[in-house]
Each structure stands twice: as C-alpha cells, then as structure tokens.
Write a protein that binds this ligand. Structure first.
Ligand SMILES: [Cu+2]
Length: 382
C-alpha cells in the first residue's frame, strides 16, 4: 500500500492499495516447427516472483539499502523463502526538483526468468509521483543457422543474423501491470481525456485552429479499453467524491512510457492467449480472483480465463474500487550489440498526481514531507 503525507492537510492520503507485474508476455515470430510455440508467459508459466533472485548488497543495491526476504509456496504446498528478494533504499540520483536535490524511495526486485533478467524499480517521489522502471537485460534467445553472412540469406529467417550461424529471432516484450489505485479512498473512476482539434471561424480569432480537452468518465469496462499512442488520449483515475478547494476532482494520471500494441491477428493462437495486449489500458472492478492477466492456469490457457475474457461482462466501473491495467511494451528486432548479452534496456511509466494536491507539494517540503509504503514493515522518506 502506498500513501503520501500531505503536509497542508496534515494527513496520510492513500494512492495505491497494490501494484504488481501481472504478466510478462514474450511471443516470438518464428513459424518453424521448433519455434512457433515459443510464446512465453514469464509470470503464468515460469513465475515472475518465484524467479526473483537474491540481491547482492553493494552490487545490486546501494550501501544504504535495507533488504527483505520473500516467501512463496512450492508446487507441493510447502513454503519456501528467497532471501534478499527486495531492497529498499533512499535514492539521491543527483537530479533536481524545484531547485533542490531530489530524493526518492526505491523498492527493487530482480527477476531472472529464463534467458532474460528484469530489474523492476518502484520509485516513490516527494512530488507524489510513482515511477515504475523496468530494466531488461540477459541472453537473447537465438537459433542456429547455416548462414554465416547476411548476403547468403534469401529466405524468411524471422530475425537478424547476429554472428556466424546465429539468428536473433524477432519478438515482443509486454509487461502488464495490475494497479489497484485507491486515490484518496477506494471509490474511484477512470477519466478519459481526448484532445480534439477545433476549427476557428475568421471573425472570432486570427487563429484557424486550436485543441481542447474533452473528458468523460468510463461507465463500464468496454469504455475503458484504450489504445494509447498519439498522445491525444490521456488517462487518469479520480476520486469523484473528493475535490480540491477550487473544485477539481482529486486524481492521479497515467503517464505512459513505451507504448506498443500487438501486431498479431485476433485468431492467432498466441494472441488468443495474450489478448490483453490488444489495448494498452483496461479497467476492471476489483475482484480478488482477477490477478493474473493471462489467467490462473496460464500454461493451459485457451484464452477463456483472462483479462480480455473477464471484461466481456462489461461490468460497471464508475465510482467503484477499480483496478487499472497498463501494458508497457516494445517490439524487439535484435541487433548485433544485443549479442551475446543485451545491454540493459530501460522503460518506465509514471502515476502522477493530477489535482491531488492544492499546489505543487514540493514547495512545502520540509523534513516531515514523506512517502510511506507498507510492505510488511513501514519505511518512510524524510
Ligand atoms: Cu527481447
């Protein structure tokens, strides 16, 4: 749970009940017998949390980090422990915010799933911004080939020749986050803001066009399936029951990072199972059984127990405890520098206060300004 101390109101205000990586979907684009089925669900098939690696002090996390263990259940029901699965530290990156050094609280885990390593940072800033950063590195999934030079290749090889006899196969990385926001309380609504260009009549202004923001609350799940990309659609979660002094609904907006949608067709079996990639944003009413976007038994999934199928019920989502689902994604066409180990590629997104505070909260930052997260213990940034 993440809440932020509002120094003007002198109270802890809730922002997020829970947030986590729900699924990581990596479909490869090779049609051959040995490869066509390689459409990995790193969370549902392999376990994103189970694959968390023990973090090494001073290597994986800085000197001031505190470490926490993780507990999970093995296949036979016995409990198991991963030591140092998380580290939590105050970060002084040398960045500035409003003329003072920025400091933030970072919660980190690293999951080594198959051939890739994912470094996931949840960063809580004094501005109220929650920034989620995913660093990807590791070994490319490559295949052997008879070819030793690009000029020899006159057939579809589904990727790039990276070295002699080695092809790096094209694929996607989609990480879908389950973000159970509780913006200043449980009852929230999704607001879609569309920027629309309007023509201007000559007798009104010297200008011929301008854009205006049109906002509406999503009433049901089908209203909240959103494709991002052009920047003209913005998404925020507001508490419709709470307003600032001057009348705006308190809210948090999603500032997307790398936006990629699926390029596969709806009837492709990989896409039927990974249908949540069809939109970048979905919203569902909170339901404790709906945690895993690819379904509970992902490895046997036919797509009938997944985020895309749940939302077919088109439930009401206005002024309710809602979950925002956001997919961070990119298409990966391998290049030679990715071989044999890919340099870390970093992608991120933000949840950013939007009329949540009366003013820029950092202007009032004193020693007591802080961000509290509850993750078994309580930590705060001073
Ligand atoms: Cu990749």
């Amino acid at each position: 749970m993440a809440s932020i101390y509002d120094s003007e109101k002198d109270e802890q205000r809730r922002v997020m009940y829970r947030g986590f990586v729900s699924e990581v979907f990596i479909p490869y684009m090779d049609l051959t017998e040995e490869w066509y089925y390689r459409t990995f669900f790193d969370s549902g098939e392999l376990g994103f949390g189970v694959s968390a690696v023990p973090l090494v002090p001073l290597k994986d996390c800085p000197k001031n980090a505190v470490f926490m263990d993780a507990y999970f259940t093995l296949g036979d029901g016995t409990p198991a422990r991963t030591s140092n699965a998380f580290c939590i530290f105050q970060k002084h990156a040398g960045d500035i915010t409003e003329v003072r050094p920025e400091s933030s609280l970072v919660v980190r885990m690293v999951s080594a799933v198959g051939n890739y390593d994912y470094i996931v940072d949840w960063e809580f800033k004094q501005t109220g911004i929650i920034r989620v950063t995913v660093g990807m590195t590791g070994l490319l999934e490559v295949k052997g080939s008879v070819y030793t030079h690009k000029e020899q290749i006159h057939e579809e090889v589904y990727g790039t020749i990276l070295a002699e006899n080695t092809i790096g196969v094209n694929h996607d990385h989609f990480l879908i986050f389950n973000l159970d926001l509780d913006v200043d309380g449980e009852a929230n609504s999704l607001i879609k803001t569309n920027l629309k260009t309007s023509r201007v009549n000559k007798d009104i202004s010297m200008r011929r066009s301008y854009w205006r923001a049109e906002s509406e609350a999503a009433k049901t799940e089908s209203d909240a399936r959103i494709r991002l990309g052009s920047g003209a659609t913005m998404v925020s979660v507001v508490n419709p029951n709470k307003k600032t002094k001057i009348g705006n609904n308190v809210g948090y907006k999603l500032v997307p990072g790398s936006v990629a949608g699926t390029l596969l067709s709806d009837d492709d079996y990989a896409q039927i199972r990974g249908a949540f990639t069809k939109y970048n944003v979905w919203v569902t009413p909170y339901n404790e059984t709906e945690k895993w976007a690819g379904g509970l038994y992902t490895d046997r999934s036919h797509g009938d127990d997944s985020l895309a199928s749940w939302t077919k019920r088109d439930r009401e989502i206005e002024n309710k405890d809602i979950v925002l689902w956001y997919t961070l994604g990119f298409h990966h066409v391998p290049c030679q520098e990715d071989f044999p180990i890919m340099p870390t590629l970093t992608e991120s997104f933000e949840l950013r206060p939007s009329n949540f505070f009366e003013h820029n909260p950092t202007l009032y930052t004193k020693q007591e300004m802080g961000i509290k997260i509850h993750a078994g213990s309580t930590f705060s940034v001073q």
